[in-house]
Design a protein around this ligand. Structure first.
Ligand SMILES: [Fe+2]
Length: 458
């Protein structure tokens, strides 16, 4: 008993005095006045008592004036020999479009000072994003270029569309720790928004869920503020949506369709939520004229040797057309996403999974629907635009292409990532950056429309 007490005492002392505050990253809160800071302490069991782990934040770098603070919530993670504690703090009462400095204090430990800029309020500003999938800890080719872009303040938000670290759970979770450390220089400065990929599947996506903090109830009524619901209970790292300036963005899980052992009902639940969110986005279309969705596996596929891709029709039937629930061969296909996204006028769809960059002509049900306003197919396109951007870099390298269909506009094996830049309210520019060509622009398109609804809804 006495030795147990001594061990407990020593562990409390170690926890309080020898912590490295690491893996610090940001995600968007409910609106422009909030930001979430998340960090993880490896090999730590969360203290039984709520520790005063706090994030301090201020508009001023070297003064205690205007200093605000937020107490973090803890979440204990345990899986076989892996244990760690994740901390999440919701910073609120932030001024939009303002630079903040922040640091963490936990026990006697204090982190370095980090900074971020809140998003401007409203829809009159022009957002800039980085978008990519499939970034690993080994062979993380895009990271130096992303760091450079973040240092040059090129992005308001970064979107990682699944497949992290390869894998978060590998090497008893240390691959996940190391990956989160390597992205800290970008993710501690710019909100890092995510959805899951197949590499997060282990143990029902539990490692993924324990590391990220996506608000799942952003458009529910804000009564939770009054009811004081815990931040941990408000998270949904699998599907969530947000308004950023004039763009409505939905991140969702393609993985529910492939890992049905974790519950068939998730497919229907997400589909109902997607339809509800898309209806609401269309009601608000005068405010956010652009609707963009992001998931992991593309509906149309180019990749050889992928079980989920039908190599004859070059589609992922389960997500494009729908899935036969409970694998009943005679049941109809349900919850297909192409019809849903077309019906509700989704302008652009970004995916990863296939470790290259590919751009399709505007397309619906294999029909090319180029815009007729000019020679540019994306000038008032008459169907959604599909981009595969899964070449950020990881240990699996590039796969071969299948025989390419006529709806594939271009494809490149270069490592890289996508930049989305809004030029004006009705003009979005997409640029594919090539790491292989030292950050040069590999591909660029300009997407135009002149009304909130896309051309095919008029
Ligand atoms: Fe994948």
């Amino acid at each position: 008993m006495k030795s147990l007490l001594i061990i407990l005492l020593i562990s409390i002392i170690i926890d309080n005095y020898c912590l490295t505050l690491e893996q610090i990253h940001l995600s968007l809160g409910t609106n422009e006045t909030e930001m979430i800071v998340t960090w993880t302490i490896p090999e730590q069991t969360c203290p039984l008592q709520q520790q005063n782990a706090k994030v301090f934040y201020s508009r001023n770098n070297n003064s205690s004036k205007q200093l605000q603070s937020s107490i973090a919530e803890m979440e204990s993670f345990k899986d076989l020999d892996i244990k760690y504690c994740t901390y999440r703090a919701l910073l609120n009462s932030l001024k939009p479009n303002t630079t903040y400095f922040y640091w963490i204090e936990q026990g006697k430990n204090r982190s370095d000072i980090y900074e971020f800029k809140t998003l401007p309020i409203g829809n009159e500003w022009l957002p800039r994003f980085a978008i990519y999938g499939d970034l690993g800890y080994v062979n993380d080719q895009s990271l130096p270029y992303l760091k450079k872009d973040v240092e040059q303040n090129l992005f308001d938000v970064i979107f990682h569309v699944g497949d992290f670290a390869y894998d978060l759970c590998s090497e008893n979770g240390w691959c996940g720790h190391n990956f989160m450390r390597t992205i800290e220089p970008i993710a501690s400065k710019v909100p890092y928004m995510t959805c899951p990929g197949n590499h997060e599947e282990f143990n029902n996506f539990s490692h993924y869920d324990s590391r990220f903090s996506m608000i799942g109830d952003r458009f529910d009524n804000n009564d939770h503020l009054m009811q004081n619901i815990s931040l941990n209970k408000r998270l949904n790292n699998h599907y969530h949506s947000m308004n950023i300036g004039p763009i409505h963005i939905i991140m969702f899980s393609t993985e529910y369709y492939y890992y049905t052992e974790y519950g068939w009902q998730q497919i229907e639940q997400q589909y109902r939520w997607l339809e509800m969110d898309l209806k609401r986005a269309n009601e608000n279309r005068h405010q956010q004229p652009w609707i963009i969705v992001m998931g992991h596996r593309p509906l149309y596929c180019l990749k050889m040797g992928d079980d989920s891709c039908d190599h004859h029709t070059m589609e992922r039937k389960e997500i494009r057309q729908g899935i036969r629930m409970h694998r009943r061969p005679n049941s109809p296909r349900q919850y297909g996403l192409e019809d849903l996204f077309f019906k509700y006028g989704v302008d652009i769809q970004f995916y990863g999974h296939e470790h290259f960059y590919a751009r399709l002509d505007p397309i619906y049900n294999y029909t090319i629907l180029n815009g007729k306003h000019s020679n540019n197919p994306y000038d008032h396109p008459e169907g959604p635009i599909h981009i595969t951007t899964g070449s950020a870099g990881n240990l699996e390298f590039h796969p071969p292409f299948n025989q390419l269909k006529n709806w594939v506009s271009c494809h490149f094996l270069d490592y890289g990532y996508t930049r989305l830049v809004m030029i004006d309210k009705y003009h979005i520019r997409l640029q594919q950056i090539s790491d292989d060509q030292n950050g040069e622009i590999l591909d660029e398109i300009n997407i135009f429309k002149s009304q909130p609804q896309p051309q095919w809804m008029l």
